[in-house]
Design a protein around this ligand. Structure first.
Ligand SMILES: Cc1cc2nc3c(=O)[nH]c(=O)nc-3n(C[C@H](O)[C@H](O)[C@H](O)COP(=O)(O)O)c2cc1C
Length: 270
């Protein structure tokens, strides 16, 4: 039976210690096939590559017991980050549904070696990779330290993230009505260094998503937190779909007053 997105989201965590059992050919093929079909609301194409650690000699410093990585690459265009975040997270949740663990990795890798292995062109970007494998019963010391360092088991409160009509009016889970589970799914999402940059303003049948940046950036500059925003959009839409809420995606800034670090990303409407 197909698992519900909210259950997969609740049960997913970054897996950095694998059992050492090789990823089966069947699971590898299913994940690759799923990724290739995993569209995103921006309509941007992503190429997927599976990398065998033995054949390539590629490993990453905080992951143990893995034998396969998945990498995605795409043209460096506007909205590449959100699109990548959305499609990669769909694939992460699919992997979770068949018992395969993952960890989003943007930083803790030798980028040059991975980019060479996927034959990255000069007009392309390979935002993240992930190991694929079967979780070990026990976490390595490195993994435990890493999780503590980023407070990986903690998330911001609902009221810190979601607002009713304007950024002046925090929204509680109890009063969020039909959006409750979809917003909870956003709240639980993984993010780079667990910064949780997503914010949303709810206006009746529309939810406007914003990114609360950790630092200022120039327009058009690469922004890893927009990948987190793509993950949030994926969680939101996946849970809406399970709950029979048919939502439409658009990018039309409603122009709410916000601080300089809070930038509009996209909206979903019933
Ligand atoms: C865009 C992105 C980049 C990440 N980069 C790394 C990384 O380089 N190394 C790593 O160990 N974890 C990385 N993570 C995993 C986060 O640290 C992790 O998702 C967060 O701490 C929450 O923990 P959880 O995934 O177990 O819920 C990344 C996550 C995201 C979404």
């Amino acid at each position: 039976m197909k698992m519900k997105a909210i259950d997969l989201i609740k049960e997913r965590r970054s897996v950095r210690t694998f059992s050492g059992k090789p990823l089966s050919k069947e699971d590898a093929a299913r994940i690759l096939a799923f990724a290739e079909e995993a569209a995103n609301p921006y309509g941007l194409h992503i190429d997927w590559v599976l990398l065998d650690t033995k054949a390539t000699g590629l490993r990453t410093p905080v992951i143990a017991g893995e034998d396969t990585y998945i990498a995605g690459k795409m043209k460096r265009t506007p909205h590449a980050e959100e699109a990548f975040g959305y499609s990669f997270e769909k694939t992460v949740l699919f992997a979770q549904s068949i018992g395969v663990g993952t960890t989003w990795i943007a930083g803790t890798m030798d980028r040059d070696s991975f980019e060479k292995a996927v034959f990255l062109a000069t007009d392309e970007v390979m935002p993240c990779i992930s190991p694929l494998g079967y979780p070990s019963d026990k976490m390595s010391v490195k993994e435990t330290i890493m999780r503590k360092g980023v407070k990986a088991d903690r998330r911001r409160d609902f009221q810190e993230l979601f607002f009713d009509g304007s950024f002046d009016s925090p929204l509680s889970a109890d009063t969020s009505g039909k959006w409750k589970n979809a917003l909870e799914a956003v709240r639980l999402a993984p993010s780079a260094v667990n910064k949780q940059p997503w914010r949303a303003v709810i206006c009746g049948d529309t939810v406007h998503f914003y990114e609360k940046r950790s630092k200022s950036r120039n327009e058009g500059e690469w922004d890893i937190q927009k990948i987190d925003m793509g993950i949030a959009l994926c969680h939101f839409e996946s849970v809406c779909a399970d709950e029979g809420l048919t939502v439409k995606f658009r990018t039309e800034d409603p122009g709410f007053a916000a601080d300089d670090y809070t930038v509009y990303i996209a909206s979903y409407s019933l």
